[in-house]
Design a protein around this ligand. Structure first.
Ligand SMILES: *[C@@H]1O[C@H](CO)[C@@H](O)[C@H](O)[C@H]1NC(C)=O
Ligand SMILES: *[C@@H]1O[C@H](CO)[C@@H](O)[C@H](O)[C@H]1NC(C)=O
Ligand SMILES: *[C@@H]1O[C@H](CO)[C@@H](O)[C@H](O)[C@H]1NC(C)=O
Length: 269
């Protein structure tokens, strides 16, 4: 019987620890969940271009967490609520009126930062995934034609000077942006026999050394709470482990004693 005792102790300690663990996690969750500390939702574009041509297909996706039982997403276009409540909002054939700022929000996020989408009319458009880059960021440019008509002899130009030439239209990648990539860009090429040029786009390369963003200096405090909780749990677990070992060891000794006694008992009788 005495062999069972340490196991019973062990499980009763778990029973004791478990509600405490849950309580800690729940309270940390609740604190992180107060409105002011919710993370922001994020609007993602698919394909990722912030500039598109009329009749292009664009999907905006809202990245955020949902409370159980409420998967509705709120979408704002230039500050006005859109009727769509799905997590993805698709524009099947873009119109100039679809241009502007998009924001989204889910039940467990704050309103996202705006994503600016520009819908242009033209034969060629220089597409980019953002306007402002940090030094070291990759830059991805695309010389996009209306309705994806074939374009040949494509040149990407920076500040009026040819920077990259493709006989067959291709995207232009800059692996790591440097300050020398800052400037105004456009592309041109042949659609059929017609020499077409896009409008120019300013691409700004920010100096990294300027000012580190606040978020990289300060941890959000719910992360600190999380670390503290994990620390407490680890300490509790370690304590438990050692007391377990001690219990087991003493019970093994008890058991041996018992065994010894059991072995002896018959002879005693
Ligand atoms: C569901 O979440 C949205 C936010 O996305 C909120 O506006 C709405 O009130 C919630 N609905 C319910 C029934 O809680
Ligand atoms: C970057 O380019 C923009 C125009 O595209 C220009 O206004 C700005 O002065 C440039 N900045 C630097 C640091 O060269
Ligand atoms: C298009 O026209 C420009 C001048 O406007 C010229 O420099 C360029 O070579 C032409 N491009 C092609 C592919 O013919």
């Amino acid at each position: 019987m005495s062999v069972v005792t340490p196991l019973a102790q062990y499980s009763s300690m778990w029973q004791l620890l478990s509600p405490t663990t849950l309580l800690l996690l729940v309270s940390a969750g609740m604190q992180a969940g107060s409105p002011a500390d919710l993370p922001k939702a994020v609007v993602l574009l698919d394909p990722p271009w912030v500039r598109v041509l009329e009749e292009d297909y664009v999907t905006l996706k809202c990245q955020g967490t949902y409370p159980p039982g409420n998967s509705s997403t709120q979408w704002l276009h230039n500050g006005s609520l859109i009727s769509s409540q799905a997590s993805s909002y698709s524009i099947k054939s873009a119109r100039v009126e679809d241009s502007g700022e998009y924001r989204c929000q889910t039940g467990l996020t704050m309103l996202s930062d705006p994503v600016l989408l520009e819908v242009h009319i033209g034969w060629l458009l220089l597409q980019t995934t953002q306007w402002v880059f940090q030094e070291g960021d990759p830059i991805w440019l695309r010389c996009h034609s209306w309705k994806n008509r074939p374009v040949q002899k494509v040149t990407y130009l920076q500040d009026g000077k040819g920077k990259k030439y493709f006989h067959q239209n291709s995207d232009f990648h800059i692996q790591k942006a440097t300050s020398s990539d800052n400037g105004s860009y456009f592309c041109r090429g042949l659609i059929g026999n017609n020499n077409k040029s896009s409008e120019t786009v300013s691409i700004i390369i920010r100096d990294n050394s300027a000012s580190p963003s606040i978020s990289s200096v300060f941890l959000p405090w719910h992360q600190i709470i999380f670390c503290l909780v994990m620390g407490v749990l680890f300490a509790a677990d370690t304590g438990l482990y050692y007391s377990m070992q001690r219990n087991l060891r003493s019970s093994m000794e008890n058991w041996k004693d018992h065994k010894f006694q059991w072995n002896r008992d018959p002879q005693d009788k």
